[in-house]
Design a protein around this ligand. Sequence first.
Ligand SMILES: Cc1ncc(COP(=O)(O)O)c(C=O)c1O
Length: 370
Amino acid sequence: MTTSFGPSYVRAIAPYIAGKPISEVAREFGLDEAKIVKLASNENPLGMPESAQRAMAQAASELGRYPDANAFELKTALSERYGVPSDWITLGNGSNDILEIAAHAFVEKGQAIIYAQYSFAVYALATQGLGARAIVVPAVKYGHDLDAMLAAITDDTRLIFVANPNNPTGTFIEGPKLEAFLDKVPRHVAVVLDEAYTEYLPAEKRYDSIEWVRRYPNLLVSRTFSKAFGLAGLRVGFAIAQPELTDLLNRLRQPFNVNTLAQAAAIAALNDQAFLEKTAALNAQGYRRLTEAFDKLGLEYVPSDGNFVLVRVGNDDAAGNRVNLELLKQGVIVRPVGNYGLPQWLRVTIGLPQENEAFIAALEKTLATV
Ligand SMILES: Cc1ncc(COP(=O)(O)O)c(C=O)c1O
């Protein structure tokens, strides 16, 4: 008789490791919170748009009541923005919620889910959480190998996760390649195309995934308000897919998974084009600065289309943690990625100019001494 609670596949899960909060680093290293720079969770360094703050303040008087379970106004705003009917949209408590719900909605225990090596950690967690079988396809140049992912499809495969751009590597798949892939995926296999960072793409790299949703009944596009829209703490994400899929998601979704403040703020952020443009410009400028510094330091990095860069800080498998610890002591929080099988690398979120400078200075100092 076993004394362990819960299914073995749940006990086998290694919990998600989040970026360290500023308050925790301040306590652990005896530092002043105000001087700590956090570049660990791919948040928008501009913080929340003022338009969203105002919308939240107005919505605060309604907090005695439950949120609108169907989020009529937010879904209407999204439907207008993306040109799809409201019933093609499902909201999530962050897009993380969408990824989890999709896995539960499309896959039975024991069936297979495909995702790429070095792709977003939640795909593995969602797969393990429902007792599904993971087919992890080796990466090529730290990115998705779509041909190998197609070749990996088995009779019992029900879902493929594709992140574009991918986290933590920042790799990007060009639109035509993705479209050719979608054309070849059998219709009984759902594809979750996770576009958490899509708003950072320069105009020449953009493609119309919403048009693909119209064409492919097995495609779900997942987006978030946590990154470029600046609302990570509010937890709002959404899926766009044809009703056959959204109907399934809605059966599993908690009725009030997006709260009243989050709904109000998301509508405001969605309409704040100026904030999005400022965000993208700041990110492009920060990317140039960080990669220039990596070049100067002779550090390898993976070219990124997100708001972060993966950089190799040493050639031994203790390098990531070692350099990370030295950065923490100097009040700079980045993300070690040993849990992704990348122990020689760190992922750094692109920050405000002064935050990038603080990180570069701390990194230079660390590499000169360790
Ligand atoms: C690729 C990718 N997808 C989804 C998410 C989930 O973000 P959220 O739940 O805040 O929308 C993240 C967050 O880091 C991500 O990097």
